[in-house]
Structures are given as C-alpha cells and as structure tokens.
Design a protein. Structure first.
Length: 150
C-alpha cells in the first residue's frame, strides 16, 4: 500500500467564532489545552496531533477575503471517533454540559456504527462516533490500514 505524501495532513483547523473567550472556555471543557502561544485575538488549542485555532469570525473572513455571511450548514462536520458507544454517550453529555447543542442524539446508524452530532457555541458541527469496523493504533489514531501498531 502506498504511503500518503508529506502534505496529505491537517496541522491546524481554524474556526471563526463570535466570542473568543467563551469559545476558548468551551473547548477547554472538552479537553483541549490552550497554548501559551495564544494571543489576544486567537486561541491556539492543543489536541492530540492537531491544533484548533479559534479566531474572531469577522477577522477570519476578512483575512480570507470572503464575506462574513453565516448561511447555516457549511458542508463540513469535524469528527471525533471514540473506542466505544459508552464513550460517545459520555462525550455527548460533556459537550452539552460545556454549552454545546446536541443536534442529533447518539444512536445506532445505518452503516453499523453509533454516532451523534453536536454543535459548538458558533454552530460548528461535530460528529462523535464509534465505528466498530475501524480500530485505533498505538498512538490513538484511526488505523485505516487494518494493521495494528505494536
């Protein structure tokens, strides 16, 4: 099997938010860690193998040169895969307690897994799922090759 190229990765996801302080607190409640590299207008939130950048929505739109026009579903859902259905249920409760909105309660789904959705304080959609057909490697990443790391 061929290996992905060096640029086939995501190192950071930037989310435009209305209230940087509240969004930072929300993600900290979900387990993200605010980096000391954060600044007045951006919070760098450390996760496992990825950084979440929280940035003022209007400023992010201006930086990209696009109109700041929220339109509902953006066509993107970030995803968190977990080892069990119980873990999915527990994380949904954590997200709701932190102020997130449960969009779809965790449930058995047509493809044989278990998943639900929540949105953060700004409506960014997150799927939380357990896929019984995919395992995790030793680093906690999805093992899509079917070869467990030793």
């Amino acid at each position: 099997m061929s290996e992905p190229g060096p640029n086939a990765r995501i190192s950071m996801i930037s989310l435009g938010v209305e209230d940087l302080s509240k969004s930072t607190q929300f993600y900290q409640a979900l387990g993200w860690v605010k980096s000391p590299k954060s600044q007045e207008k951006i919070s760098f939130m450390k996760g496992n193998n990825i950084v979440l950048g929280l940035y003022g929505r209007a400023s992010l739109a201006q930086d990209a040169g696009v109109e700041n026009a929220p339109t509902g579903f953006s066509g993107i859902a970030l995803a968190l895969n977990l080892p069990s259905e119980t873990d999915v249920d527990n994380f949904a409760k954590l997200a709701a307690t932190a102020g997130g909105n449960i969009v779809k309660k965790p449930q058995k789904v047509f493809w044989g897994g278990y998943s639900g959705y929540f949105s953060d304080l700004d409506g960014h959609l997150w799927e939380i799922a357990h896929n019984p057909f995919v395992e995790f490697d030793a680093n906690g990443n999805l093992d899509l090759d079917g070869e467990q790391a030793q």
